[in-house]
Write a protein that binds this ligand. Structure first.
Ligand SMILES: [Cu+2]
Length: 128
């Protein structure tokens, strides 16, 4: 038990303030990544509502869901999915990543794939 508490204490500085979120109520949102586009390229969420966001890479290249401001304004059930200091989610070709998150502030947030924004792999996330 002592060990568990010590382990949890180590994790706490990493964790964001976690409001009580009923993740069983999460709504499914699906985004496809292809070479080199997000499909759709616009996502809309309601703040205060939990979502299960499925990112599926149907392309031959690795793609990234890079949205640092969006993530900074959301609670993630498992922040370990984020790489690059909370900036993005890497999805391997032919792979998929599912993250559970809840946007906590309204706003409009830029989405890019850092590898292919030059080729138009950009999008927008709106939180109402
Ligand atoms: Cu890409």
């Amino acid at each position: 038990m002592k060990r568990l508490i010590a382990a949890l204490a180590l994790l706490i500085p990493e964790a964001r303030a976690q409001p009580d979120v009923d993740w069983s109520q999460a709504q499914q949102v699906h985004m496809l990544m292809v070479d080199d586009r997000f499909v759709p390229d616009q996502l809309t969420f309601q703040h205060g509502v939990p979502y299960r966001l499925l990112l599926e890479n149907d392309g031959k290249d690795l793609h990234e869901f890079t949205a640092p401001e969006f993530f900074a304004n959301a609670v993630l059930r498992d922040p370990g999915f984020l790489s690059q200091d909370g900036k993005d989610i890497v999805v391997q070709p032919g792979g998929a990543v599912e993250i559970e998150l809840m946007p906590i502030h309204p706003g409009t947030f830029r989405l890019i794939c850092v590898d292919h924004d030059w080729d138009g792999m950009v999008g927008q996330i709106t939180v109402d």
